[in-house]
Design a protein around this ligand. Structure first.
Ligand code: ZN
Length: 124
């Protein structure tokens, strides 16, 4: 029966394609894993090289430039972290409202008390 042969061929093609896609996904995942591992090892290597350079054991023009670039990024990182810390440590703006249950001051958009969770009235 020609119809059955066609169906069987079609089914086999679908199975083969599924297998191929599965293999592609497996290889891509393995690639990503290895690339990540490579980046980690390169970072280790870079840290070791920077240490040797700082000790004066290793002198190389490219290494000096790379170390300065890392130091510049470190400075930017520290500034951003300080900015973030200042923002997150900031107390919520006072509104004059406070919780009727516990007296905790409420911030502008608060609908519930930050301290005890009680619902805040519009003019609590
Ligand atoms: Zn409260």
């Amino acid at each position: 029966m020609e119809v059955w042969d066609d169906l069987r061929r079609g089914a086999r093609a679908v199975v083969d394609e599924g297998r191929r896609l599965g293999e592609v996904a497996r290889l891509k995942a393995q690639l990503a894993l290895l690339e990540g591992r490579r980046q980690d090892r390169l970072a280790d290597l870079g840290r070791a090289a920077m240490e040797l350079q700082a000790q004066g054991t290793l002198q190389h023009e490219g290494l000096t430039a790379a170390s300065s670039a890392v130091a510049a990024v470190d400075t930017e990182l520290a500034a951003l972290q300080a900015e973030l810390a200042a923002l997150t440590a900031e107390a919520p703006p006072a509104t004059g409202r406070s919780c009727r249950g516990c007296g905790e001051p409420a911030a502008g958009g608060d609908r519930f008390c930050r301290q005890c969770g009680a619902p805040l009235q519009g003019d609590a």
